[in-house]
Design a protein around this ligand. Structure first.
Ligand code: ATP
Ligand code: MG
Length: 333
């Protein structure tokens, strides 16, 4: 795995998904429709311009940053965060691999990546020891963005892994052996703390926790944080929670503000200043096999993910996220 050269790997052609309909039809939009006959390319360009407006250029990390997007609570925005942060980083020129580690395959769907049962997938990597390079597919329309898809096979992997050698570190080994250059690897975890999530925690250095701004937001998080502590103590000393992202923030409710305050009080500097608003465009994009960055680049959802990605990239580059490896689980159930 390198982070310094151009990718020119043996990628297979993905099958175009429903994205081709995305700019036709009757979808209402928050922003103006694309202006030329290559709408997705234009959309991507608009997103890059928006990023330019949002601030200075993004530094590329000196080494590949492997980031685990995890929260065992379901539906908090893990997949949405994974694909949209990944697309934001790639649109700014970074080389980014999304690893879909959830048998639901939502990240693969959102990136328009074919993941029917016969497609080579992350299951083959974990269980059959197939090289990662043989399952990675390029994401159409977003240069520099790649995806290792998940198929339904992965549902059996939690059990199949139990009897395999080095069952906790199979993903780590696969990523280490991947020879294409990458700036970021983002791993989308399932809503559980089983062997799939443990593989991600062993493979990564940074944990990104999306927290939905709803009642009970912090409940259950203690379990994840304890697992992070355990994996750090026994399997992966580099591991730390680097980033907390508030998602589905509804500025009209006091509850959202209260949850945000509580999260900021508990976690402090790990919480990104940018929070992600609740946005219809964000939730519509996956059904077109797109991220919100290409689906509606001028929308508030797209801009907030671009801004969150910028913060993340700058923090990593400046080393402001240096971790003291303390346990964060105290005071959280
Ligand atoms: P799971 O635990 O099932 O993997 P998840 O944590 O990956 O879920 P997502 O699938 O990203 O969560 O999001 C859950 C639902 O909320 C999806 O329908 C998604 O489109 C929607 N959603 C996520 N973020 C937003 C947002 N900012 N605004 C509106 N809808 C959102
Ligand atoms: Mg998900």
């Amino acid at each position: 795995m390198r982070s310094d050269a151009n990718i020119a790997g043996p990628m297979t052609d993905p099958v175009p998904g429903p994205r081709s309909e995305s700019f036709g039809g009757d979808v209402s939009r928050e922003t103006l429709p694309p202006m030329d006959d290559t709408p997705i390319g234009r959309a991507a360009q608009l997103a890059v311009e928006a990023l330019g407006r949002a601030g200075e250029g993004l530094p590329r990390p000196a080494q590949t940053r492997v980031m685990v997007v995890a929260n065992q609570k379901g539906g908090v925005g893990k997949t949405t965060t994974t694909v949209n942060l990944a697309a934001s980083l790639a649109l700014h020129g970074a080389r980014v691999l999304v690893i879909d580690l959830d048998p639901q395959g939502n990240a693969s769907t959102a990136l328009g990546i074919d993941h029917h049962a016969d497609v080579p997938s992350i299951y083959d990597v974990l269980v059959e020891s197939r090289p990662l390079s043989e399952v990675v597919q390029p994401v159409l329309d977003v240069e520099g963005l790649f995806c290792a898809p998940a198929t339904i096979d992965l549902a059996g992997a939690e059990i199949e892994l139990v009897s395999l050698v080095a069952r906790e570190s199979r993903l780590q080994r696969a990523i280490e052996a991947y020879e294409q250059p990458l700036d970021y690897v983002l791993i989308d975890c399932p809503p559980s703390l089983g062997l799939l999530t443990v593989n991600a925690l062993v493979a990564g250095a940074e944990v990104v926790i999306p927290i939905q701004c709803e009642y009970y937001a912090l409940e259950g998080l203690g379990q994840l944080l304890k697992n992070v502590d355990l994996v750090r103590a026994h399997l992966n000393p580099k591991l730390h929670v680097s980033t907390i992202l508030l998602t589905m923030y509804d500025g009209r409710t006091r509850l959202a503000a209260q949850v945000a305050d509580e999260v900021r009080t508990h976690f402090g500097k790990e919480v990104l200043r940018t929070s992600i608003p609740r946005s219809v465009r964000i939730s519509e994009a996956p059904s077109y096999g797109q991220t919100v960055l290409t689906y509606d680049p001028g929308s508030s959802g797209a801009l907030s993910y671009l801004e969150a990605a910028r913060e993340m990239a700058l923090r990593g580059a400046e080393g402001t996220n240096e971790h003291d490896q303390h346990s964060m689980s105290e005071g959280i159930q």
